[in-house]
Design a protein around this ligand. Structure first.
Ligand SMILES: [Cu+2]
Length: 288
């Protein structure tokens, strides 16, 4: 049983272990396979076919499984490494130690957004981005979106999601009017500044590759999603009677049939069902 820790509590040896192992996975070519998998499952409401990873009830169990596979790949290189989590309601400024030279490196420079500090800077020679989606080969960030500034989600904004007692609701997509899943995933109607909440807002705030399908190119992706995963756990504790929804396969006349995954349907690419991912307690623990 391994423990996922708050990134702010990592020792410098633990930070180094995480960074070194991620770089080794990248060197082996395995890291980019994880990025490609995320791209493959990045579908939006309008697209035909199954939405396993985003804008759907299985957003949470899909990413739990995805992080677990990533963590296992790291552990095959170094059995002691785990994925830390980033509580963005607390460590919510560019001055957080998360972004220091010895961990993930800092903001992108203003000219081209290129990250120039830390082990993932293009200049350090170990983190070339080659994905066929963007032409830039370097990691890009733009903290707080300087062109139209936004802040990271606040504790109140997160509470708005955590207080919701229903897991998800029809039409099971980004327009679901209620439900913890969509409030945490963060698709809401509204103006440019209020359109993205919680999980989505964090992707927006970091900027660069974190904005789109290729988000895992930025290693902060894993720390962000580990916190989202922890929040799901906290939500379950807060609402012990709530269950994953939908519990049954959607009916023949439901427009979301074949697009949204119910609790006992398999999630590609692993065939794992949401019902197998409702608890992480037999797999790993959090320090909080
Ligand atoms: Cu995400």
């Amino acid at each position: 049983m391994h423990i996922r820790k708050n990134q702010r509590n990592l020792t410098s040896a633990e930070k180094k272990r995480f960074v070194t192992t991620v770089l080794e996975l990248k060197r082996q070519g395995r890291y980019d396979e994880f990025v490609r998998q995320h791209v493959q499952y990045y579908r939006t409401d309008g697209d035909a076919g199954l939405r396993a990873a985003h804008m759907a009830p299985s957003f949470l169990p899909w990413h739990r499984k995805y992080l677990l596979e990533f963590e296992r790949a790291l552990q095959r290189i170094d059995p002691k490494v785990t994925v830390p989590y980033w509580d963005w309601t607390t460590d919510n400024t560019p001055a957080a130690s998360l972004w220091s030279e010895d961990f993930l490196g800092g903001d992108g420079r203003s000219s081209d957004g290129q990250v120039t500090t830390g082990a993932f800077a293009y200049g350090a020679g170990n983190w070339t981005i080659n994905d066929g989606v963007l032409e830039r080969k370097f990691l890009v960030r733009a903290f707080g979106r300087p062109t139209s500034p936004i802040a990271l989600p606040t504790k109140d904004e997160l509470a708005w999601a955590m207080d919701e007692s229903v897991y998800d609701a029809a039409p099971w997509d980004s327009t679901a009017p209620r439900g913890f899943r969509n409030r945490l995933e963060g698709w809401t109607a509204g103006s440019d500044r209020t359109r993205w909440r919680n999980h989505n807002r964090v992707h927006r705030w970091v900027g660069g590759q974190m904005l789109g399908a290729t988000a895992p190119h930025d290693p902060v992706f894993w720390l962000h999603h580990a916190f989202v995963d922890l929040l799901w756990d906290r939500w379950q504790k807060k609402h012990p009677k709530a269950t994953y929804l939908p519990q049954r396969r959607l009916g023949g006349d439901d427009p979301q049939r074949g697009q949204a995954i119910s609790v006992d349907e398999p999630m590609p690419p692993w065939r794992t069902k949401p019902s197998e991912m409702l608890s992480h307690r037999s797999l790993y623990r959090y320090d909080a």
